[in-house]
Design a protein around this ligand. Structure first.
Ligand SMILES: *Cc1c(COP(=O)(O)O)cnc(C)c1O
Length: 412
């Protein structure tokens, strides 16, 4: 058998309690779903505002398909960029108060494309150790030097930035050009490209739920002339005035921030966008491979997303309800043998530690008709397996009460 070794590897994973598999839902995304004919109360989607199955979004998607058909038929730079995409980009840019925005097919692709387009050999990326896997993959792909700082540790980030300061490296050119030395054209062009510094971070950490110290990070980026790339997959739509996201949450604004948010989580649809200065967006249009070399998303999705953006803007009641469920859950679980992690967002992980115990608890909940995902390494560090509870505006007080009750039963 040509794949015996692969089977052995999977068997090993299984023995470690790390084998992953999928379950198939028979009903649309919602806290109340049917899986294999059995009803479940679910706490694992990222559909924070309960928009994924919203009738107005389904209607907008249908209307979009009537108007634009199904496929885009080409990449954006060929003939796949439609007015529906264009309108949505302008709405998104205005919403997050940036001069320009660019749609990507997914957040994963946005991260790969942005980091690869903005930095390369001779540049340095500074990254929080708990960043999302797509950011980690992105920096490897970029071939920039990587410095990973301890989670949320601004002193270590400052140290790394300080060490890199004035150390712009010129891998193909020796010796370094001296100050005042007449540089030839190619040298000048090269020196502009090298020694860039890009700090990249999740705004809300996807497996911990805590919020990055963006204000401090921006101050460091200003001090060391670095760019700041913020992945707001879990903040957009939920945090800040009108759900504008994590930048609004902190009240920060700067041209050096490149902002990315995904549109398949709180926005309830699919895709992602990057919002930044026009020159950054133009650079991405020209250089981000995951933008250039891929078919544009169906324009009908953009029609649905424009509608979603309106629901987000008008969604204060949803966000207030979500906030109340978060408070309710934290109060209800404060006396368990396991600790809730320090999070104020809709991501409320219950730290278990051991992989097998996390799986057993998840299984115990499942037997009680409740679905909470057990998150294990390598998604999270060794020894920090957890139940990742996510709340949604679609959860009722009774739903959260049921989860609290079940976890107390399992703790006995
Ligand atoms: C989900 C997620 C992504 C990927 O976005 P997709 O649109 O699902 O590809 C990127 N970054 C973070 C922090 C995420 O949680």
């Amino acid at each position: 058998m040509p794949f015996t070794q692969l089977q052995t590897e999977l068997d090993t994973r299984k023995a470690q309690g790390l084998l992953r598999s999928r379950r198939t839902l028979d009903t649309p995304q919602s806290p109340h779903i049917t899986v294999d004919g059995k009803p479940y109360l679910a706490f694992c989607s990222n559909d924070y505002l309960g928009l994924a199955n919203h009738p107005q979004l389904s209607a907008a998607l249908q209307q979009g398909a009537q108007q634009w058909g199904v496929g885009s038929g080409a990449a954006h730079l060929v003939s796949g960029h439609f007015d529906a995409h264009h309108q949505l980009e302008q709405q998104l840019a205005a919403f997050v108060e940036k001069p320009a925005a660019l749609l990507f097919s997914t957040g994963y692709m946005a991260n790969l494309g942005v980091v690869q387009a903005l930095v390369g050999k001779g540049d340095t990326v500074f990254a929080d150790k708990l960043n999302h896997a797509s950011l980690n993959d992105a920096m490897l792909l970029s071939r920039a030097e990587v410095k990973r700082f301890r989670h949320g540790d601004m002193a270590q980030l400052a140290n790394y930035l300080e060490q890199t300061n004035g150390q712009a490296r010129f891998p193909h050119l020796n010796p370094l050009p001296q100050a005042g030395e007449e540089a030839n054209e190619s040298l000048r062009e090269f020196s502009v490209k090298c020694g860039r510094k890009l700090v990249i971070t999740d705004a809300v950490f996807s497996m911990d739920g805590d919020i990055a110290p963006l204000r401090e990070m921006l101050a460091l980026c200003e001090r060391y002339d670095a760019w700041l790339y913020v992945d707001d997959a879990h903040g957009f739509g939920v945090l800040g005035e009108q759900g504008c996201g994590s930048l609004a949450h902190f009240g920060i604004k700067s041209p050096r921030i490149i902002y990315m948010a995904t549109l398949g989580k709180a926005a309830g649809v699919s895709g992602a966008f990057v919002a930044a200065e026009q020159v950054v967006v133009d650079t991405l249009v020209n250089h981000a491979h995951s933008y250039v070399y891929t078919t544009a998303t169906p324009p009908a999705l953009s029609v649905a997303l424009s509608q979603s953006l309106q629901l987000i803007e008008q969604g204060d009641a949803l966000r207030t309800h979500l906030q109340k469920r978060i408070t309710q859950l934290r109060a209800g679980l404060s006396d368990l043998p396991w600790q809730l992690m320090p999070s104020e967002t809709a991501i409320q992980p219950l730290l278990i530690g051991d992989n097998h115990q996390a799986l057993r608890l998840s299984e115990g909940l499942r037997e009680r008709g409740i679905w909470v995902a057990a998150i294990r390494p390598p998604t999270v560090p060794q020894g920090t397996a957890r139940l990742r509870i996510t709340l949604s505006a679609a959860h009722s007080t009774a739903d959260v009460e049921r989860l609290i009750g079940a976890l107390h039963e399992l703790a006995c």
